[in-house]
Design a protein around this ligand. Structure first.
Ligand SMILES: Cc1cc2nc3c(=O)[nH]c(=O)nc-3n(C[C@H](O)[C@H](O)[C@H](O)COP(=O)(O)OP(=O)(O)OC[C@H]3O[C@@H](n4cnc5c(N)ncnc54)[C@H](O)[C@@H]3O)c2cc1C
Length: 255
């Protein structure tokens, strides 16, 4: 039943690992290829794909073996799809990525979701952790001319510094969890007042916050309730949740 539903929604594509690049100690960039990627739709900024790890065709195992990732880029000329994995040390996907070898098979589906970015946007505020940096890179590349990005990235330590995009300069503010012995998302949250002091909120500003779910919820609440940021211009995503395996992909912090 679940298998049928998933098949109806999006075709499952069998791919293999083409190349692996260790970008930082905690991030691996893996390029997937295969003829089944022919016709893969160009992903919208902030889109997601579903990766299925070793469940075979057993419908009972599919949900628990599926994880959500960002299609960082797709090259239709070579049918190559790039995904950037955070190696966080636990979990099916992180372990798979840490151990992946060229030639390994994987099943994926998508893309789905993603954002509409208004042509008139003047400022894009992005506050993200490592799991949302691939999406932040894709969003940066989709910003209209004349839009200024303000990007804040929370990472473990200075070894995690990296460029978000090969084509768009962003000059992010880097915040280090390790330096502040902070829980995930906490340094982003602590930095929110600084961001608010720099951004004059108006109809031309879009806020995008994607990180650990609990921290995202607290930041969302501050922006909505204390700073009166309009819901229409605030996109918040819990990309993962501390202590929860396979956190749902539709955590927008709206209760
Ligand atoms: C739309 C969307 C796009 C995403 N894109 C990406 C992406 O491009 N790259 C990426 O790396 N992640 C991305 N994520 C996050 C990813 O789906 C989760 O991190 C997922 O939980 C990883 O699965 P897992 O099997 O490794 O760990 P799980 O089995 O889900 O969790 C095992 C344990 O690890 C913890 N954990 C999970 N993720 C993290 C993390 N990032 N840091 C620290 N601890 C963690 C959990 O709290 C749990 O305790 C995205 C999520 C969404 C919703």
């Amino acid at each position: 039943m679940i298998l049928n539903k998933l098949k109806r929604r999006r075709p499952m594509r069998q791919v293999t690992v083409q190349t692996i690049e260790q970008v930082t100690p905690r991030v691996r960039r893996i390029v997937f290829g295969g003829e089944t990627l022919a016709g893969f739709p160009v992903p919208r900024p902030g889109a997601h794909i579903k990766l299925l790890f070793g469940a075979g065709a057993d419908p009972k195992k599919m949900r628990s073996h599926m994880r959500t990732y960002t299609p960082r880029s797709f090259n239709p000329d070579t049918n190559e799809l790039t995904v950037e994995f955070v190696l966080h040390g636990h979990g099916l996907a992180s372990t798979w990525a840490a151990e992946a070898q060229v030639g390994d098979p994987l099943t994926l589906a998508g893309p789905g979701g993603g954002m509409d970015i208004p042509d008139t946007l003047k400022t894009m505020v992005m506050m993200v952790d490592e799991s949302a940096m691939p999406a932040a890179g894709a969003v940066l590349e989709a910003l209209p001319a004349g839009c200024t990005p303000m990007v804040v990235c929370e990472v473990e330590d200075a070894q995690e510094l990296r460029s978000l995009s090969a084509t768009v300069e962003a000059d992010p503010t880097w915040l280090f969890r390790q330096e502040q012995a902070a829980s995930p998302g906490q340094v982003l949250e602590n930095y929110l007042p600084e961001v608010l002091s720099k951004v004059k909120d108006s109809d031309d500003v879009l806020w995008w916050i994607a990180c650990e779910s609990n921290a995202m919820g607290r930041m969302r609440s501050q922006l909505l309730n204390q700073k009166n940021v309009s819901k229409k211009r605030l996109v918040t995503r819990g990309y993962w949740k501390s202590g929860a395996s396979n956190h749902p992909d539709h955590d927008y912090g709206e209760s």
